[in-house]
Ligand binder design. Sequence first.
Ligand code: MTE
Length: 323
Amino acid sequence: MLIRKPPDIKSSEITPERYYFNRRELLRSAGFVGAGALLSGATGAADEGPAGHRRLGKVERWPASLKTTPNTFEEVTTYNNFYEFGTGKADPAEASGRFRPKPWKVQIDGETEAPGSYDYDTIVKAHTLEERIYRLRCVEAWSMVVPWVGIPLASVLKRYKPTSKARYVAFETVVRPEEMPGQRSGVLDWPYVEGLTIAEAMHPLTLLVVGVYGVELPAQNGAPLRLMVPWKYGFKSIKSIVRISFTEKRPPTTWSLSGPNEYGFYANVNPNVDHPRWSQATERRVSSGLGSLLAARQDTLMFNGYADQVASLYTGLDLVKNF
Ligand code: MTE
């Protein structure tokens, strides 16, 4: 999705952590039993997951989770897009060693009856965490299946009482160039910003994510809080959120500012609307080892396979013009 030439960002000295949790272990378990539960058996210390990531407490399984086998923990945490740490797929894991996701505060403002600066625990701890296995389709035409842990965004937003004027929800990523080497480059304008209509934000599939594979989100995946909107291209799922604003007007979004002819506000996964520079009809499922040699491209599904749940949000909307 690069528009400009990648800047010359050096990866930090941090050696990528090694993870031992792989697909074979997943398959070995009797059927697929929640990734979180499986992790408990696969690691030693009571509250530690792979590579020392802190395991989240009680996580409920979402009944509608996909039956598809998820990508491995290693794939999910070493093949990333997070330009704040560089533009290469390995940069986020390799260059995020200095990033400190705690303590963390989120500014909630705009059309709300409860504006303020709230800390992570205040936002998250009132809710039951759910594990949801979602497809992730990047606009670059690769995809993954990821067992996220999070809270329906609607449940969180409702606690902060949006007013009747709130038609959109805007999100902002933290700006910390001293911890995020990619922000010392001008590859994008910082902060990274995103937005949804209020109906999209309140849709039951839209998740405020705090973890993956039963552990706290690693920095490279958007610690400590990120969005996951599974029927939209991955760039809508903004990472490391520090501000949520309820707005009357449609908010600006990073990629549509950067390339207005290539990236729209809606960014719904749509195999019938090609990117100006490549087809969106098919996708490559990220895989490693032998799998990567054997993997065939697969068809991309309308709304990334979630059409039965989300198509009604767009009744009467021209999905070609509103790409
Ligand atoms: N959020 C921020 N702040 N910065 C980014 O560069 N990249 C987006 C999205 N969220 C990005 C971001 C893109 S293009 C994708 S595909 C997903 O994050 C990737 O999420 P993952 O690395 O956890 O798979």
